[in-house]
Design a protein around this ligand. Structure first.
Ligand code: PEP
Ligand code: MG
Length: 869
């Protein structure tokens, strides 16, 4: 026979799957000898059967009867008894906490008869007995029978006599259900249990589970517990307590207490609570006892616990405990302190913090309590808090930044042209695009605050203004943007810089305070444990230097395209428009020393560590002016009978370069094979920079990476050219040549490609784009929200690696690449390299390193450490 009901004395905290979190912890406390009101738990298996078949398991009623009898005997009270009634609470409790998502019914067992017994027992507080009965009819009516809450609220507005209210509520119940309020207490109990089962599939519970990625078939357990009352007078009350401060992790007494009240009064905020410390004055005996239990629980659970308790006529009862939720800061502090207390070891401490928590600690934030009503909402694309006057174009952003102003760059969307402005701005705000739009990806790369897709904003860059809700903001007006929540505020809100970043930057000592000491300790341990290397994506010496301070062990990706922007643009334009080889060679020759200087900066910043430089990737037309604008300009000139001059040649070139699908077009290695001399120039610049740095006494470790390879022949062609240049000017310096694996075909022919590669680096942005067939620039705003809603994926596959699909290609490429060439060095440099979940996957897949933006380096270090324990 299956056991569907467990007494609290029968279970323990390991039985969460069967008894739910609440039930398992009630059992644990009971068996620790703590004062838990007696009771029993109906298992999740019983719920699963109910959800499957629409009926309770056959044995359930009988098992409940047996446990109920035991409970009645223990309490010396009986359910529905006219003189000495037992009242029970019926509460949901799944394996994962789903706060407020499912049902609770209190005071089960009260009837027209037993309410008198309760009233007689209560003596002084007859009123409270009727009040309990009123609450039961309301909760039961709403949750079991679906009576609209508004009906009961209506009564509450007209009466505060509970006896009168009971009569009115019963009438409402009758009208809505066509029957009397059940006077058989056992029927009340059975229906309440069933209502809790059914609440597993309530709309809000389903939605919550989808969001939190909790499996839909687990079901909830149901806890039936003898009621104790906190509303029986001044010597009674109810409260919540934490064994440490869940906000900071500091040890101490934290919590709230409400005298002469029931638990739901605290939740409903009907009356103001007092700090838990005040209980010492109100009821010293219970206070001391509570503190003793709290210490016991923390030692037993070896973690912060939160607790709900009730005091009934001076007697303390523990109603619930669980390992408590906490802020990111508290997570680090607590984990580290528990090591000091000898309760856990360093590995366990590391397991208890996450990269996502560390990420939260690294962003500046608006000061607590400073928030006002938001002006607009967008997607929180790159966390942080930024404040400043708005500007509408890159030039203005750069100009004002040069004067020392912290500006917010506001655009409809951004493109590579906006890069200088994005670098100069404090924060970026767009009215279009999602988490993988250009603005979002670039901003995250730079660790810059960004809100994308705030659709309520109408941005008019030409008029230098934006309109929102009929309100017009002009250039120079101040706004504040929160890249975590996606909120946009009018005016300047106060911001606090992240002390954790100041520590990484070397501005604060590792023992500056408890939080920094904890971060330092856990990261040091992660470094000692991890097998995965952590490199950085950096395009400048300054970025590389910062990443190194943050713990990067090399540059895993330098995107050379940024070096083609800004002042160099005219040179690039000449390169693209070159009428003959001679003109093109001249343009290339002018670009070469500029590139060489860029690379020397990188080698200096990463002296002694590998620097992987990727040859030019994006389509060349991105460096030319917009087709539409140019066509209009030429058209207007012609219509006015003027000579469009050079613009006409430019237009012809832009037209020639134009592609419908540039992401699938002439970019990466394709560009290198089509534009003579382009890759050769870059390779020369790399090799010359390395030689120069070595000659200056440095230790350069250059690596040349070829993007967008899909066939080994592409790589072989570039490799042959590179080897020739290296032989010619490399002066014996070792230069490794490898490829990105970012086209599905490359992943699937990795064995062949490995023959021509010293290393692989997975470009998971493109691999995801081409693997799913999702355009990384368009997709999020277009339909991702619908996909998330439908649960097709829980997080965007551009953010967290899709293990089943894209991950499978990665595993194939790792296996086949290594089989063909065992010494092949393998990393990843897509956005996923800094995503905590994805780092776990890359460790499992056996990669040698991940490469991510400088600000994500500590996060990747931490996650790589966690992956190794
Ligand atoms: C990638 O595709 O993952 C990658 C790193 O290259 P990019 O983002 O520059 O296309
Ligand atoms: Mg790519």
């Amino acid at each position: 026979m299956t056991t569907f009901v467990y007494d609290f004395t029968d279970g323990n905290k390991e039985m969460k799957a069967l008894l739910g979190g609440k039930g398992a912890n009630l059992a644990e406390m009971t068996n620790l000898g703590l004062p838990v009101p007696p009771g029993f738990t109906v298992t999740t298996e019983a719920c699963q059967e109910y959800l499957r078949t629409g009926r309770e398991p056959d044995e359930l009623a009988e098992q409940i009867t047996a446990h109920l009898e035991r409970l009645e005997k223990q309490m010396g009270r009986w359910l529905g008894d006219p003189d000495n009634p037992l009242l029970v609470s019926v509460r949901s409790g799944g394996a994962f906490s789903m706060p407020g998502m499912m049902e609770t019914i209190l005071d089960v067992g009260l009837t027209d008869v037993s309410v008198h017994g309760l009233a007689a027992q209560r003596g002084e507080s007859v009123h409270s007995a009727w009040d309990s009965y009123r609450r039961l009819i309301e909760m039961f009516g709403r949750t079991v029978c679906g009576v609209p809450a508004a009906e009961f609220d209506q009564v509450k507005r007209h009466s505060d006599d509970p006896k009168e209210m009971v009569a009115a509520y019963q009438k409402i119940f009758r009208e809505h259900t066509g029957r009397e309020f059940p006077q058989d207490p056992r029927e009340q109990l059975d229906l309440a249990v069933r209502a809790v089962f059914a609440s597993w599939n309530s709309e809000r519970a389903v939605l919550y589970r989808r969001q939190e990625r909790i499996p839909a078939d687990l079901g909830t357990a149901v806890n039936v517990m003898a009621m104790v009352f906190g509303n029986l007078g001044p010597d009674s009350g109810t409260g919540v307590a934490f064994t440490r401060d869940p906000a900071t992790g500091e040890p101490g007494v934290y919590g709230d207490y409400l005298q002469n009240a029931q638990g739901e009064d605290v939740v409903a905020g009907i009356r103001n609570t007092v700090p838990l410390q005040d209980l010492e004055r109100l009821d010293k005996k219970s206070y001391d006892e509570l503190l003793g239990h709290m210490a016991r629980l923390e030692e037993h659970y070896r973690d912060l616990c939160d607790i709900e308790f009730t005091i009934e006529h001076g007697r303390l009862w523990m109603l619930q405990t669980r390992v408590g939720k906490r802020t990111a800061a508290a997570a680090f502090v607590i984990a580290s302190q528990l090591v000091d207390d000898g309760l856990i070891d360093a590995d366990e401490a590391l397991a208890r913090v996450t990269g996502a928590q560390l990420a939260q600690l690294m962003f500046p934030a608006f000061e607590v309590g400073a928030e006002t009503r938001p002006l607009a909402h967008g997607v929180g694309a790159s966390p942080g808090a930024a404040v400043g006057p708005i500007v509408f174009d890159s030039a203005r952003a750069t100009a004002l930044a040069a004067e020392g102003q912290d500006v917010i760059l506001v655009r409809r969307e951004t493109n590579p042209d906006d890069l200088p402005g994005m670098i100069a701005a404090q924060g970026i705000l767009t009215s279009r695009g999602g988490k993988t739009s250009h603005a979002a990806v670039v901003a995250r790369g730079m660790g810059k605050t960004c809100v994308c897709g705030a659709e309520a904003l109408q941005v008019d860059a030409d008029r230098r203004e934006l309109t929102v809700d009929g309100q017009v903001l002009r250039e120079g007006e101040e706004i504040s943007i929160d890249g975590t929540t996606g909120r946009v505020y009018l005016g300047a809100m106060p911001v606090a810089p992240s002390p954790v970043v100041r520590y990484f930057e070397g501005e604060l000592a590792p023992n500056a305070d408890r939080l920094i000491a904890a971060v330092h300790r856990l990261l040091t341990h992660a470094d000692a444990r991890r097998r995965l290397g952590v490199h950085t994506n950096a395009d400048t010496g300054a970025d590389a230097a910062r990443a190194r301070r943050f713990g990067a062990e090399g540059v895993g990706l330098c995107r050379t395209e940024h070096m083609f922007l800004g002042d160099r643009r005219p040179l690039v334009e000449r390169l693209i428009l070159a009428a003959d080889d001679h003109e093109r060679d001249r343009a290339l020759a002018e670009l070469l020393p500029l590139q060489q200087a860029d690379f020397e900066d990188l080698f200096r910043a990463m002296d002694g560590a590998p620097v992987t430089i990727r040859l030019l990737d994006p389509p060349l037309h991105e460096f030319l002016p917009s087709l539409e604008e140019l066509a209009v300009k030429v058209g207007v000139a012609q219509a006015l009978g003027k000579d469009p001059g050079a613009d006409l040649a430019l237009l012809t070139a832009v037209r020639r370069m134009h592609e419908e699908n540039p992401m699938l077009g002439l970019r990466g290695v394709r560009l290198g094979l089509v534009v003579p001399g382009l890759f050769a120039m870059q390779i020369r610049a790399i090799v010359q920079a390395a030689v120069a740095h070595r000659d200056a006494g440095g230790d350069p470790r250059p690596e040349i990476m070829v993007p967008l390879v899909g066939a080994v022949q592409e790589l072989e062609t570039v490799r042959a050219e590179a080897e020739q240049i290296i032989a010619e000017i490399g002066d014996g310096l070792p230069v490794r040549i490898g490829t990105m694996i970012e086209v599905p075909r490359a992943a699937l022919t990795a064995g062949e490609i490995a023959q021509a590669a010293d290393f692989f680096s997975f470009g998971t942005n493109d691999l995801t784009q081409m693997g799913w067939g999702f355009s990384r620039d368009d997709v999020e705003g277009a339909f991702f929200s619908r996909y998330l809603e439908l649960g097709i994926f829980g997080t965007s596959p551009f953010e967290s690696i899709d293990r089943a699909g894209i991950g499978r290609m990665i595993r194939i490429a790792v296996d086949e690449g290594r089989a063909a060439r065992p010494e092949l060095h393998i990393g990843v440099c897509g956005e996923h390299g800094g995503d905590p979940d994805s780092v776990q996957f890359f460790a499992e897949a056996g990669l040698d390193y991940v490469s991510c933006s400088p600000y994500r380096v500590p996060i990747a270090r931490l996650e790589a450490g966690r992956a190794a324990i």
